[in-house]
Design a protein around this ligand. Structure first.
Ligand SMILES: NC(=O)c1ccc[n+]([C@@H]2O[C@H](COP(=O)([O-])OP(=O)(O)OC[C@H]3O[C@@H](n4cnc5c(N)ncnc54)[C@H](O)[C@@H]3O)[C@@H](O)[C@H]2O)c1
Length: 435
């Protein structure tokens, strides 16, 4: 069945439509809870914290089977297999021998799709291999770390016809989708400017171990690089708000970074001056600010803010010729609509009025207030129906490319060109996300 003609033809149909820049059956995403008629068989690669959560979410979706699991850490694998068995499911096949063992899982003919939640540096290689084997890859953030990896994902998806999606869950938030509906309804006028951030102190639990401060796998990126390490959560909703890759395109990025103070200060405070990680030199500045410019004259500011003590925030703000939405204030101001001149009004009523159809029947239970299950339900539906994924390969790599490009811009201390991953198709592509 691998490379079977029928499957190849189905995928080819998908990509030829994508190649023309047309919207792909977006209406079929309207009700993700619709009754299913084909079991979709998944593999999950990398079943640490996030992978285990994604796997549990998959188990809660009707018509999904976990066919295989892969992790280089056998204890993680065994734990995940047990979860499946305890849920009354068929015991999935396990793969764990080495960093290439995922290939055995992806070589299987009965697997339709795979979720990838490994370390950052293996995401693109695994996803590329998955597409070669005609499996839909759902890749955790970021999808790629270098421009070469970004292009590998685009080229492989276009050549094989297999859609590819980065699992940027914040694109599916109820509030962000309501803002998208308001923008599409013209309430904010013509789009001009956006702010977004990933403000999340992860030094005290994710980059380093909370108990003894030892380096976890992502810590090496703070030692060796100075860039926006995690731009996709901020950018996720912004891409569709600003019609990026569908009528507009990012042309340039200019990034700057502050000095690196937060990690050393935290280590000293928590573990004392003599802790090896308290003395270490980190390349990564505490705050990175990137300004993205678009072909049509919009600007987008993205902030990396993950190593100073602070509560979680995404600091979204979007501004057009008729008004403004501000997530931190939970407020909007809309010309000729808001009751008082130049005064904020609460966003909540608008969120209700402009509730996206994806949230119509959705309850807010599960990871991230139901966002993760909505995202995966839509991904599963795309796999089952063999349509394009709710976030396509161009948007996936556009968000990810900010990682290497911000690093390059900081190093050169000048703006750098942002590649057009659609190769000009953005001019004719109609908005597809959440349509
Ligand atoms: N979207 C979100 O809200 C969200 C939240 C947390 C993490 N993440 C992302 O999820 C990914 C994983 O993060 P995490 O916190 O779960 O890390 P983790 O360390 O808990 O899990 C990673 C797992 O991948 C396994 N692994 C690494 N390389 C492998 C390979 N080649 N083959 C098989 N297994 C391999 C490791 O053994 C580990 O169990 C990262 O990309 C992270 O950015 C996303």
């Amino acid at each position: 069945m691998k490379n079977s003609k029928i499957k190849r033809r189905e995928f080819a149909k998908t990509v030829s439509v994508a190649g023309l820049g047309l919207t792909l059956q977006t209406s079929s995403f309207a009700n993700p809870m619709k009754k299913i008629d084909k079991t979709v068989r998944f593999g999950v690669i990398g079943i640490g914290n996030r992978g285990t959560h994604l796997m549990k979410t998959l188990l809660s979706i009707e018509g999904v089977e976990i066919g295989g699991l892969c992790d280089i850490d056998k204890s993680q694998l065994d734990n995940a297999i047990n979860i499946c068995v305890e849920a009354g499911r068929k015991k999935p096949e396990g793969y764990y021998k080495n960093e290439q063992s995922y290939r055995q899982l992806l070589d299987r003919e009965d697997i339709d799709a795979v979720l990838i939640a490994t370390y950052w540096d293996s995401h693109a290689a695994i996803a590329t291999y998955a597409m070669e084997q005609e499996k839909y890859p759902g890749i955790e953030v970021p999808a790629a770390l270098s421009l070469k990896e970004c292009w590998d994902l685009v080229d492989t998806s276009e050549r094989t016809g297999v859609p590819c999606m980065m699992l940027e869950n914040w694109s599916f938030r109820k509030d962000n989708l309501a803002v998208l509906n308001m923008i599409r309804d013209g309430l904010l006028g013509e789009m001009v400017h956006c702010h977004s951030a990933h403000s999340h102190d992860c030094v005290d639990h994710w980059f380093f171990d909370a108990k003894d401060g030892h380096q976890r796998w992502p810590a090496k990126y703070l030692i060796n690089y100075n860039r926006d390490q995690y731009p996709t959560h901020g950018l996720g909703p912004v891409l569709s708000w600003m019609d990026i890759n569908c009528g507009d395109s990012i042309s340039q990025i200019y990034s700057s970074a502050t000095a690196s103070k937060g990690i050393n200060a935290y280590m000293k405070r928590k573990f004392g001056d003599d802790h090896p990680n308290a003395k270490l030199k980190y390349k990564q500045g505490d705050i990175v600010t990137s300004t993205l410019k678009t072909q049509n004259g919009k600007t987008i500011i993205v902030n990396y803010d993950m190593q100073l003590p602070r509560p979680y925030d995404n600091r979204w703000m979007v501004q057009g010729t008729l008004g403004i939405y501000n997530e931190q204030r939970d407020a909007v101001y809309l010309t000729d609509k808001s009751p008082k001149y130049h005064e904020w009004e609460p966003f909540k009523l608008y969120e209700k009025e402009y509730l996206h159809s994806w949230w119509n029947k959705k309850n807010s239970s599960g990871g991230h207030g139901g966002v993760d299950s909505l995202e995966l339900e839509l991904f599963v539906k795309a796999v089952r129906d063999k349509t394009n994924t709710p976030i396509d390969v161009y948007d996936s790599v556009t968000m990810s490319a900010v990682v290497p490009l911000s690093g390059l811009s900081i190093e050169k201390n000048q703006p750098v060109e942002f590649p057009d991953f659609t190769r000009g198709k953005w001019k004719g592509r109609k908005p597809y996300f959440g349509v």
